[in-house]
Design a protein around this ligand. Structure first.
Ligand code: PMP
Length: 287
């Protein structure tokens, strides 16, 4: 089936979906993005991602390119045209196209907006979640505004590639104190050796994950004991359970960290419960 992308107001065949050579996203990574997971045809955590998008744009002083309703229509239409039932929809907004020059382009330069959607195998994801996956650690070498979801992802890409080359699914970033910050494209969690659920607080230089927020609401609903505090790599290796969250991965169990087996080497009960609850919620999703 042929794929379709939305590029600056038009739906075009994926193979012909291009932006200008002087798009500031291409030249400076001067742009932001969002990813929604599509689960059973519904966009999970729709509002949360929309709100974070608006915040990212505001923080970088990129103009909001279109109304929320118009953007919602484009996201849904891109999902529809690509016949995605399970997968992701990706949105990127950049500061537009202008002669290459570091300062902002002239007032009124329209932002570029692109949307793509693709199917992902729910069966494969379920198999990975059943077995659990491997995680490695990498030094966190990123800039000081990781709360903004910019397309400047070079450290994340290098970390993810290091993970792949070592047969792992994800890399967890570690700060100078030996504390885990977050994953290269996920938020990191453990159930520590005392049985307390731990994840780093968002005062730190990390992305405020929308899936993380949804899980925190479920944690409260289920009255699971939570300690929103950083944890070290050593604590993670001694943990009963480890997992990470993101749109697309949902709740993914980690069963080894840098080759050390976590718990009994299988996904733990808290992780499995949170995954099930989250997927049930996504199935009943808003749009
Ligand atoms: N941290 C980073 C660095 C990410 O790139 C992502 C995925 N966008 C996340 C965390 C998870 O965020 P979300 O749950 O909003 O997908």
């Amino acid at each position: 089936m042929s794929r379709v992308a939305y590029v600056n107001g038009t739906y075009v065949p994926h193979g012909q979906a291009v932006v200008h050579v002087e798009d500031r996203g291409f030249q400076f990574a001067d742009g932001v993005y969002e990813v929604w997971s599509v689960f059973d045809g519904k966009l999970a955590d729709f509002d949360g991602h929309m709100t974070r998008l608006a915040r990212s744009l505001t923080e970088l002083r990129i103009a909001i390119p279109m109304t929320r309703d118009a953007l919602t229509r484009v996201l849904k239409e891109t999902v529809r045209r690509n016949r995605v039932r399970n997968g992701i929809v990706y949105l990127q907004v950049t500061r537009g196209t202008a002669r290459r020059d570091h300062p902002f382009p002239p007032e009124g330069t329209p932002p570029s907006v692109i949307v793509t959607a693709r199917s992902m195998s729910a069966v494969k994801a379920e198999a990975q979640a059943d077995r659990g996956v491997a995680v490695i650690t990498q030094p966190d070498i990123r800039w000081g505004r990781c709360d903004i979801k910019t397309v400047g992802l070079l450290p994340n890409i290098l970390a993810k590639q290091a993970a792949r080359e070592r047969g792992a699914y994800e890399a967890w970033f570690v700060d100078d104190m030996g504390l885990v910050t977050e994953g290269s494209s996920t938020n990191a969690w453990i159930v520590d050796e005392h049985g307390r659920l731990r994840t780093r607080d968002t005062q730190a230089n990390i992305l405020r994950g929308i899936t993380r927020a949804a899980i925190l609401a479920l944690v409260e609903q289920e009255k699971i004991e939570l300690d929103e505090r950083p944890f070290s790599v050593d604590e993670a290796k001694r943990a009963r359970e480890a997992f990470f969250t993101a749109a697309g991965a949902f709740v993914m169990p980690a069963v080894s960290i840098d080759g050390t087996t976590i718990g009994d080497g299988t996904p733990g009960p808290v992780t499995r419960k949170l995954r099930t609850l989250y997927l049930d919620q996504a199935k009943r999703g808003a749009i």
